[in-house]
Design a protein around this ligand. Structure first.
Ligand code: BG6
Ligand code: MG
Length: 220
């Protein structure tokens, strides 16, 4: 019996991964650093400060700022991101997600959230989805970003679920690695997620009956 399903947020439930990208791109350009969508793949699933470090490294500017200045840069990106979030409504829930949540809930399986974003609750509120989740891991209490399994393990613990009997859903390579490192079954949504146990092109393919079949046929 499946004990829990744990969702990533940005890029799985809604396309906030794109808003993160727009906000980082803007900040990077102010610093004379150019990033594209391909580079942005590396930023998915990792924390705000780790993302900033990767961008500064890309522009060879890591040594140019004090840690206070880095905090300011990260805060500037975040306020731009929060501005973008203001347009978010329940219409922005990605295709297939609401149906999937409803199907899981109908079987009484606990649903969790494993997002390293400190804005996760703001996003869930804007989408009117808070009630769907039995447990949301608190990003502020997580010491290690994905690909470390910490946040997925925390979510399983919060749901009282055994990781090996639980499913994680991710759009980022670091996230799929985190799910696997937690010993869970990984559903990957998107491209270049070869480590996933079950790989889908986009969220419209998130069909509960098919996910259950692939979980039942998993190789350990
Ligand atoms: C993750 C995103 O969900 O949250 C990352 O995939 C983002 O791109 C991270 O950097 C941290 O988000 P926030 O909202 O705390 O800056
Ligand atoms: Mg994501």
């Amino acid at each position: 019996k499946i004990e829990a399903v744990v969702f990533d947020l940005d890029g799985v439930i809604t396309d906030t991964a794109h808003y993160h990208y727009l906000a980082w791109k803007d900040l990077a350009e102010d610093l004379g650093i150019f990033i594209d969508e391909k580079f942005n793949e590396n930023l998915k699933g990792i924390s705000r400060m780790d993302s900033l470090e990767l961008i500064l490294k890309e522009g060879n500017r890591q040594e140019d700022f004090t840690s206070e200045e880095k905090e300011e840069l990260a805060a500037k990106k975040n306020s731009h991101y929060c501005e973008l979030l203001k347009q978010l409504t329940p219409k922005d829930i990605l295709p297939g997600v609401q149906e999937l949540l409803t199907a899981i809930k109908a079987e009484g399986i606990p649903i969790g959230l494993a997002s390293v974003s400190k804005n996760a609750m703001t996003v869930l509120n804007a989408l009117n989805l808070v009630e769907e989740f039995h447990y949301c891991a608190d990003a502020a209490k997580i010491a290690n970003s994905k690909p470390d399994p910490e946040i997925f393990l925390t979510a399983c613990e919060g749901l009282d679920a055994t990781p090996s009997m639980s499913i994680g859903i991710e759009d980022a390579s670091a996230g799929v690695q985190a799910i696997k490192a937690a010993g869970m079954f990984a559903v990957g949504v998107g491209e270049s997620l070869d480590e996933a146990d079950y790989l889908l092109k986009d969220t419209s393919e998130l069909v509960w009956e098919l996910i259950k079949v692939s979980f039942a046929n998993r190789k350990n």
